[in-house]
Design a protein. Sequence first.
Length: 96
Amino acid sequence: MTIRQGVSAALAFAPLLLAAAAHGQDGTQQAAQHPGRSVVMSKCFQCHTDAMFRDQRQDRRGWEAAIYRMIGRGGLWTPEEINLMADYLGSDFGPK
């Protein structure tokens, strides 16, 4: 195999390797995501945008109080969902 053929073969397989690496990273990131993230995405984004979470920056206790205030406005969550959401928001959107 000449150098030119080797380079051509490497260039031909490079996109496949990059796609496989990107797919592996997506799976790792999804597995590492906080379990409360999916609850927040499905429950809170019905009324709110992500800007609210980025701008408010509260600790877990503050987020839990905010979630309980939303129950008074029609939010329907189980105690487990409330804990998951408060844990996630407090860890990922806590005070800087």
